[in-house]
Design a protein around this ligand. Structure first.
Ligand code: OAD
Length: 229
């Protein structure tokens, strides 16, 4: 069986009703990264950070996977599919994808603020002050903030290096190290980029750009791949 690596970003969840970050009206137009998505913000104003992620989590409980997430799950009938997502939502898992690597953390989990290996599932939408890890310290959102290392990046680059094909969906490819992953793909491997605003400037061999919304472009590509002999 051939292996397909899929790198997803906020655009794949946009049609489920989750805002992207850098589009007009995106989250980073409404909030400053420095206020809600850095370790310094957590040290300075943890309540604001906590509220920001509690709101994101509340919203996540009210949305569903869309046809793009569902199509990727169907792709497993014919290929080994490794999903690498920058998203902190769980829509790939809820759509049925079985192998999902989160680069930037997971909204539905919390982690210890003194020991990053202590990770807990959050029940419901609210993480509260006074919710403690087993070492007695406050739990924080399990999110990789700007300025923090991305622990899963080595696993992700290994997946891309070994892939027979790479599909990139709904990401502005502006945030490193995730944005550099495509460079690790074998040059002979076909690569597809599905994003209505995809820039024509990527210097990657065998790259096919599909300027469509994820809910259209992903199911179409998946059906073509599934029907190929
Ligand atoms: P961005 O908001 O930077 O980019 C979203 C991309 O999705 C853009 O290229 C849009 O053109 C595209 N898009 C919008 N609607 C779409 C649709 N219906 N179908 C397909 N594509 C669509 O989001 P990311 O690239 O995911 O990190 O951002 C990367 C990281 O920056 C995020 O993981 C987050 C953010 O800051 C952290 O918070 C650590």
């Amino acid at each position: 069986m051939k292996t397909i690596a899929v790198l997803t970003g906020a655009g794949i969840s946009a049609e489920s009703g989750i805002s992207t970050f850098r589009d007009s009206n995106g989250l980073w137009e409404q909030y400053r990264i420095e206020d809600v998505a850095t370790p310094e913000a957590w040290a300075r104003n943890p309540r604001m950070v906590m509220d920001f992620y509690n709101m994101r989590r509340k919203q996540l409980l009210a949305v569903e996977p869309n046809p793009a997430h569902l199509a990727l799950a169907r792709l497993e009938q014919k290929f080994n599919v490794n999903i690498i997502t920058q998203n902190v939502d769980d829509l790939h898992e809820r759509a049925g994808s079985s192998d999902v690597l989160h680069l930037h953390g997971e909204l539905k989990k919390a982690r210890s603020s003194v020991d990053e290996t202590l990770i807990y599932k959050i029940n419901g939408w609210e993480l509260k002050f006074g919710d403690l890890c087993e070492k007695g310290s406050q739990l924080r959102p399990h999110i990789v903030w700007f300025g923090e290392p991305v622990p899963n990046i080595m696993i992700a680059s290994g997946i891309i290096l070994r892939a027979d094909m790479v599909i990139v969906i709904g990401t502005s490819l502006k945030v490193y190290p995730a944005a550099g992953l495509l460079q690790y793909a074998p040059s002979a491997a076909p690569k597809y980029l599905i994003d209505p605003e995809a820039s024509p400037e990527y210097h990657v061999r065998n790259l096919h750009i599909i300027r469509e919304k994820a809910s259209i472009g992903v199911p179409e590509l998946v059906e073509i791949l599934r029907s190929e002999k």
